[in-house]
Design a binder for this molecule. Structure first.
Ligand SMILES: *[C@@H]1O[C@H](CO)[C@@H](O)[C@H](O)[C@H]1NC(C)=O
Ligand SMILES: *[C@@H]1O[C@H](CO)[C@@H](O)[C@H](O)[C@H]1NC(C)=O
Ligand SMILES: *[C@@H]1O[C@H](CO)[C@@H](O)[C@H](O)[C@H]1NC(C)=O
Ligand SMILES: *[C@@H]1O[C@H](CO)[C@@H](O)[C@H](O)[C@H]1NC(C)=O
Ligand SMILES: *[C@@H]1O[C@H](CO)[C@@H](O)[C@H](O)[C@H]1NC(C)=O
Ligand SMILES: *[C@@H]1O[C@H](CO)[C@@H](O)[C@H](O)[C@H]1NC(C)=O
Ligand SMILES: *[C@@H]1O[C@H](CO)[C@@H](O)[C@H](O)[C@H]1NC(C)=O
Ligand SMILES: *[C@@H]1O[C@H](CO)[C@@H](O)[C@H](O)[C@H]1NC(C)=O
Ligand SMILES: *[C@@H]1O[C@H](CO)[C@@H](O)[C@H](O)[C@H]1NC(C)=O
Length: 864
């Protein structure tokens, strides 16, 4: 099988080569007519030649290219005569495709018998330029401002009922690609010859690289040397292989249409902004979900859960939420309780105690319903006219069809009913690829399409470990087309069900994802192994999901499968405390690894989580930024430093927002860690008297203390820190510290978002929330330097209801110690306690009591 495919690949490569050399391809189309009006071009394509492999070619295609916004170009190619499957609007609401275009009219060159060789559509307000080449058909997307060619298809387009293929050239030496997946990868930046299969799967071999995993995201970001970035989405839910060959990218898709979206950037942040504007902004997550979570498959009973919560309290390690995997269920059935180990008369008081203590409870739910207990309603996936009978944890099961409005209603009702018994605070949608343990005989051609995608790395049948492709959903939609949407639709239904019942901001964690899942849910890397290489790789996947619009992302801290070690677990919490979603979780047959089990791990956990909880005002503001602009919470370095091409390959470090650079230890026995620092000023987050100034980006060897990950603040940022606490609600009671890290030119800026942390909306028009922008600048006159920190209250509404005040202001990166200094708050000289470090340019003043919702100005006047 493998050999057969390799030779197919060579055949395809050879075809491409012939096409390029002689410009005459057996595959491919010619343009019959084009019609450009304003920001839209349509074209009719006619088959020229054709191939026999994988079925007959579609004879006539219709293409529309539209500049939907100045920064977004859509190019859609479909069968001109028959409707085909496309991702439904319910799943991803988006502007409708332009209507049917006039056919067969040669509009471009009246009076001339021949088509022009190419035709361009562009707009003075857009940086994207679309060009169609007519004979043979191909298209090009370029950047007007630089003439850089972003996407350049070759002439051998293939369009069949169950096989579509398109290739674009890329400049191998100037393009750095990121994204595509979900896949566990060795590096964050794509390597030449990386291949991706997009077919959601419950992975069997959790530690293997480069296999298709739980989610499908046919989106990449391309950063060209020099720093201009753009994004490319192929919006298609069918199974596909994508090959990134360095100098080209090839899509081989087994259905649907070619619906490409190009996002102009040019900054990486602009790309994710434009991308999430289309696919949906990341859901706001409740404030508590940024605390630490503990989970385990195999907690025995309520007393066991109680003991874990007590263990955290005793060790003084923060804990916001405790989770139950399938252990709480009666025979693995959703919305039931094990009558012996998790009876409601014990579990309910336990959950009430958690709530009284400001803590939360989250449980898992599965999409498969035990056959014998299933309601006699039309709610399930069907095959051959009857409910499909699969095999999952409860034994024989039916699968809920989340495309069916009756099923989503049923789901919402079950959530409400269950919450009357146990008021869970969030739901974890697991094994929703969906996973299935049974083998299937093919029923029809859908189960065995002509082109075999590289499922599980061995071209396994697409029915492997899931429901068969011939299964039918509501409205006659086939699993063949909709498979990759299952997790997205379940997350959508779960989010809606929780919202309806609680009227509060839902917390949903989903394993299976698709484009747009971030609107509803958080995600984690799934089953990982308690190994050092897995610790390092967690960064790649978390960075990827930031690009995919799912910023609330983490990996099982200390590892899921296999026994961990004290050192690995310590290093993992040091890193994991900076994951947007920080949860420990482990497999049943492993030794206990809660953070208090080993004293050295407990020490790391206290330090790392103390810093996390202190940083929550900043992290929560990043959530707001993600929700409003798509900006990932955890980001690759090139997001902040796109012009520094040394950052393009960095994936053993990352940034929390734009302010904090984290350089964790990823190897056993490390005494030092190699870290790259882009040009600028950097302040140690744990010890503000340690600072680095880089004239140019540079690798630095940092000490690697046993109980801390290196974290540095980038000069130019203003952050608010709060007090430490054992829960997020306790931590947000205390006073705030304003931390000003000056850039070399004496400026800095930052912002703070505040709300109650649980309103469904985050920052909506009529909502109860506060946004404050802080800025700092410097004025020099003879002998004195004035550093001015001021706040601008963009919206005040919420802040006055909180007693929180800014108690302390710390300014880092001042010039050498002054002869004397004076400090003014709102133009009144302040005589309060203050300290100024003699050596390191750190100034700090406390006892300020500045109200968050009130404008203020602090002036530090230093004479030298
Ligand atoms: C658009 O791209 C085409 C082909 O690359 C080029 O010939 C044309 O000059 C470009 N137009 C603009 C306005 O940049
Ligand atoms: C990628 O694959 C091609 C064709 O098989 C091969 O010639 C090339 O050396 C490979 N490149 C890398 C970087 O492995
Ligand atoms: C990286 O940037 C430097 C300086 O701008 C340039 O000289 C070098 O060619 C670039 N390297 C790559 C691989 O683009
Ligand atoms: C299929 O996937 C496996 C695992 O990633 C990979 O080794 C193999 O090269 C892939 N085959 C093709 C034809 O891409
Ligand atoms: C459902 O789809 C099948 C296969 O595509 C088709 O044969 C059948 O007529 C369709 N049924 C309905 C009710 O549309
Ligand atoms: C973990 O270690 C314990 C004790 O040595 C052993 O019983 C258990 O099988 C191990 N678990 C795994 C998954 O290796
Ligand atoms: C901070 O770093 C300085 C300089 O290395 C050192 O002298 C000091 O002891 C450190 N402070 C703490 C609290 O670690
Ligand atoms: C100061 O430096 C920062 C960071 O390098 C830069 O973003 C900012 O534009 C500069 N401001 C001024 C006024 O030069
Ligand atoms: C905002 O919410 C707080 C408590 O969450 C409440 O006390 C206050 O009245 C609300 N303010 C407005 C303007 O609705």
């Amino acid at each position: 099988m493998a050999i057969g495919l390799a030779s197919t690949d060579h055949f395809v490569l050879l075809t491409i080569l012939i096409c390029i050399l002689v410009h005459d391809c057996s595959a491919g189309y010619d343009v019959e007519s084009t019609d450009t009006s304003g920001k839209q071009m349509s074209a009719q394509l006619k088959l020229a030649g054709g191939t026999t492999e994988f079925g007959p070619d579609v004879k006539s295609l219709s293409l529309t290219a539209s500049l939907e916004t100045d920064s977004r170009l859509r190019v859609r190619i479909t069968d001109a005569d028959h409707q085909r499957w496309e991702v439904p609007q319910d799943a991803i609401p988006r502007p409708a495709a332009p209507g049917p275009e006039p056919k067969g009219v040669l509009l471009d060159s009246p009076g001339s018998a021949s088509m022009p060789s190419h035709n361009t559509m562009s707009s003075p307000s857009s940086d994207l330029n679309f060009t169609i080449h007519t004979s043979p058909f191909r298209f090009t997307v370029s950047r007007r401002s630089t003439h850089d060619i972003l996407f350049d298809t070759s002439a051998n387009l293939v369009f069949k009922d169950r096989y579509l293929e398109v290739t674009s050239a890329l400049p191998a030496d100037r393009a750095s690609l990121y994204g595509l997946g979900e896949q566990k990868k060795q590096t964050f930046r794509l390597q030449h010859n990386d291949s991706f299969t997009l077919w959601n799967e419950d992975v069997t071999w959790s530690d293997q690289l480069d296999l298709n995993l739980y989610g499908s995201h046919p989106f990449y970001m391309d950063v060209r040397s020099g720093g201009a970035a753009h994004g490319v989405l192929l919006l298609n839910s069918n199974g596909m292989d994508i090959l990134y060959g360095g100098s080209h990218v090839t899509y081989k898709v087994i259905g649907g249409v070619l619906d490409f979206y190009f996002f102009a950037g040019p900054s990486p942040l602009a790309v994710v902004d434009q991308y999430t504007q289309l696919i949906g902004r990341p859901a706001p997550m409740p404030y508590w979900s940024f605390g630490f979570h503990q989970s385990r498959y195999g907690y025995k009973n309520v007393a066991d859960l109680d003991g874990v919560v007590a263990g955290y309290a005793k060790a003084k390690i923060p804990l916001d939420a405790i989770w139950s995997d399938i252990d709480y269920m009666d025979n693995y059935q959703d919305f039931t309780l094990d009558p012996v180990n998790y009876p409601s008369k014990q579990l309910r008081p336990f959950v009430d105690r958690l709530h009284n203590n400001g803590q939360k409870y989250v449980v898992t739910v599965h999409p498969a319903i035990k056959r014998q207990a299933a309601p006699h309603e039309d709610l399930f996936l069907k095959r051959n006219g009857a409910n499909l009978v699969g095999e999952a944890w409860p034994g024989e099961v039916y699968f809920l069809d989340f495309m069916n409005p009756r099923s989503t209603e049923y789901w919402a009702r079950k959530i409400s009913e269950f919450r009357r018994t146990i008021p869970v605070d969030g739901l974890w949608c697991d094994i929703n690829e969906p996973s299935n343990f049974k083998d299937w005989q093919p029923l029809n051609a859908l189960d065995d399409p002509p082109y075999r995608i590289n499922n599980s790395g061995f071209h396994l049948p697409i029915n492997y470990r899931t429901v068969p492709a011939s299964t039918v959903h509501y409205n006659n939609v086939t699993e063949y087309d909709a498979h990759n949407l299952f997790g997205l639709l379940q997350a959508q239904a779960t989010h809606a069900g929780l919202l309806r019942d609680t009227k509060r901001r839902p917390f949903v964690l989903t394993r299976s994802t698709f484009v747009g899942s971030g609107r509803y849910a958080a995600h984690w890397t799934g089953n990982n192994d308690a190994r050092w290489d897995e610790l390092a790789r967690s960064i790649n996947t978390i960075l990827n999901f930031g690009l995919f619009g799912i910023p609330m992302m983490g990996a099982d801290i200390c590892g899921f499968n296999g026994n961990t070690t004290q050192e690995l677990c310590s290093r993992w919490i040091q890193l994991g405390a900076f994951y947007p979603f920080a949860r420990g979780h482990a497999e049943k047959t492993t030794l206990r690894r809660e953070l208090y089990v080993w004293e050295s791990t407990a020490r790391s956990a206290r330090k790392a989580l103390e810093m996390r909880y202190r940083l929550l005002p900043y992290i929560y503001t990043l959530m707001y930024e993600a929700h409003t602009t798509g900006a990932p919470i955890v980001r690759p370095l090139f997001f902040s430093y796109p012009h520094d091409n040394n950052t393009y390959g960095v994936d053993r470090q990352f940034m929390l927002g734009r302010a904090v650079l984290v350089s964790p230890v990823l190897e056993p026995g490390a005494k030092t860690v190699e870290a790259y620092f882009p040009a600028g000023r950097w302040f140690n987050l744990y010890n503000q008297s340690v600072a680095l100034t880089m004239k140019a980006g540079k690798r630095v060897t940092l000490p690697a203390p046993a109980d801390l990950a290196n974290a540095y603040l980038a000069g130019g940022n203003i952050l608010l820190l709060q007090q430490a606490g054992l829960t997020t609600s306790a931590a947000r009671q205390g006073d705030l510290h304003l931390l000003v890290a000056l850039a070399e030119n004496g400026t800095a800026s930052g912002e703070l978002f505040l709300d109650d942390g649980e309103s469904p909306e985050m920052g909506g028009a009529g909502g109860n929330w506060t946004l404050v922008r802080f800025s700092c600048d410097r004025e020099e006159s003879k002998g004195t330097i004035t550093t001015k920190v001021s706040s601008h209250v963009v919206r005040k509404s919420y802040a006055p209801t909180r007693a929180q005040v800014i108690d302390k202001v710390v300014i880092m990166g001042l010039q050498s110690p002054p002869k004397s200094f004076t400090i003014y708050v709102n133009n009144v000289e302040l005589k309060a306690a203050r300290t100024m470090s003699r050596t390191s340019g750190v100034f700090s003043v406390s006892g300020m009591a500045l109200a968050i919702g009130e404008k203020f100005e602090i002036k530090l006047v230093m004479s030298h």
